[in-house]
Design a protein. Structure first.
Lengths: 189, 107, 196
């Protein structure tokens, strides 16, 4: 077990991502601990949307974070840490899907239901539920492109590289995905 | 002490822990390979799960070497602490023994 | 207006939903004069964009409601990382007895430098470097520190305090022959809590 040290003098939670990255590269493992705490929930939630179960998402994100640590020296702009980590999470999530021998039966999916959402405005709840349902009905490649664009915030070039297709194909997938999602959410009114 | 044994290793480690300025003993490392990666401080992790202590090794000329990897307190002079550790180990062993101390963490 | 249930359904003005989605993906450049002035098209564009804005909300909402993983999940990550860390160089500490060899690791000294900087309010050390043949006792060594200072703090006061702190720490904990402590102020950072 890593040795617990005395309380740190500096509060890492207020340090911006770019500086944290430098610090990790300088050898400070506490700085990496802060990065893990800062982004693990987001990555787990996102990966769960892709692989369908929280247990699998936890495994995937655990790997993704270690990969992120190993590759951190390749990150050009520390301020882009969030989307960079999401990109690694995406890659690992889809690789996990390819390795999985069969698709899970529907009842193994433990995605959140609308009624689990906190008390917010009813309209907002309905919107989120509709989006969730709409995403689930998309063909795999459209959903993947849409998630990479809208949530992981990758560029067309990055999505194209990840999915091994051309940027113009990415654009077409995104157009169809956005259309389907918007229609299913009943947004034409 | 003329014969080295695992008990000696633990006994010495226990003694070293009581020396002022020493805050921990880590698993001793063999000769450090230069691996790619980041420079960092030691962690105190014992690779095989048992309590980390002092490495006692003997070479082909029957020269015994004691190796200790320690953490020192930021409130005490680290060279002072490390020298006290070395002196304590020298006092416990035959005159031909070598002592290697590595300070891997200062907090 | 009827609600289209296919991507190729045409709006009353003649544009198809697919065309509008394509237009969105080009970033609305170059601007299409019809689309940008047609209320029906503009409503449709808004609908197409709304889902995107909600996407981050959806995942953020998921994330805030996820149960935290067990401590062991975190510890496994850090255990893996610790195994892969490089110890760096070893800097000698003198001892009168020739049978004794004492060193302090580069990792320990760089952490020491970071700590000595962090101890000063408003200073955050992002990089440390130990330049020179530090593995040879007595060889001249220079220290480079890259610091970020919190917005609003006087730079000259801080750099002086930082330099003093670094020298003191190195004198107390190493036998390094430090000839210079060079400080680069790279950033002024804002407390992220104030930004949100």
């Amino acid at each position: 077990m890593p040795e617990p040290g005395p309380p740190r003098e500096v509060d890492l939670t207020v340090i911006p991502d770019a500086l944290l990255v430098h610090r990790v590269l300088d050898g400070d493992t506490e700085a990496f601990r802060e990065i893990v705490h800062r982004y693990s929930s987001l990555m787990r939630a996102y990966v769960r949307r892709i692989v369908g179960s929280l247990d699998e998402a936890d495994d995937v994100v655990q790997n993704a974070l270690v990969i992120g640590w190993r590759q951190l020296h390749t990150l050009q702009d520390g301020a882009a840490l969030r989307s960079w980590l999401m990109r690694i999470a995406s890659r690992e999530a889809f690789a996990h899907l390819r390795r999985r021998p069969t698709t899970l039966p529907l009842d193994a999916y433990d995605l959140p239901h609308a009624q689990d959402l906190p008390e917010q405005s009813a309209i907002r709840n309905a919107q989120l539920a509709a989006l969730s349902a709409a995403l689930d009905t998309l063909p795999d490649n459209q959903r993947r492109a849409w998630l990479l664009r809208e949530v992981a915030e990758l560029s067309y070039a990055e999505i194209a590289e990840d999915m091994d297709i051309s940027p113009s194909t990415v654009r077409g997938l995104l157009a169809r995905a956005r259309t389907s999602v918007a229609i299913r959410m009943g947004g034409w009114r | 002490m003329t014969v080295v044994s695992p008990e000696d290793s633990s006994t010495l480690a226990t003694q070293v822990r009581t020396i002022p300025g020493v805050t921990n003993i880590f698993t001793p490392l063999p000769a450090l390979a230069q691996l790619p990666g980041m420079v960092a401080t030691a962690t105190g992790m014992a690779d095989d799960g048992h309590v980390a202590d002092i490495l006692i090794s003997t070479d082909e000329n029957d020269i015994t070497t004691l190796s200790a990897r320690i953490a020192t307190a930021a409130t005490e002079s680290t060279p002072g602490t490390a020298r006290r550790v070395a002196d304590a180990l020298l006092a416990q062993t035959p005159p031909t023994t070598r002592v290697i101390i590595q300070v891997a963490r200062i907090r | 207006m009827t609600i289209p249930d296919e991507a190729n359904r045409t709006l009353d003005c003649g544009k198809t939903v697919q065309e509008l989605a394509d237009y969105l993906e080009t970033g609305r450049r170059p601007p299409d004069p019809h689309i940008e002035s047609c209320p029906e098209c503009l409503n449709a564009l808004e609908a197409l964009e709304r889902a995107g804005r909600l996407a981050r909300d959806l995942v953020d909402s998921d994330a805030s409601r996820l149960p935290a993983p067990p401590e062991s999940w975190f510890e496994r990550i850090f255990a893996t990382i610790h195994e892969e860390l490089r110890a760096g160089r070893s800097f000698p500490i003198s001892h009168p007895d020739p049978r004794v060899q004492i060193t302090v690791t580069e990792g320990a000294v760089r952490a020491l430098l970071r700590d000595s900087g962090d101890a000063i309010d408003g200073v955050f050390i992002s990089r440390t470097e130990i330049i020179g043949d530090a593995e040879t006792l007595g060889a001249p060594v220079e220290i480079n520190l890259t610091a970020s200072l919190r917005f609003g703090i006087a730079i000259s006061t801080l750099t002086r305090a930082l330099r003093d702190s670094a020298y003191a720490a190195l004198a107390a904990h190493t036998d390094l022959h430090v000839t210079a402590v060079n400080i680069t102020v790279e950033d002024i950072y804002n407390d992220t809590r104030e930004q949100s």
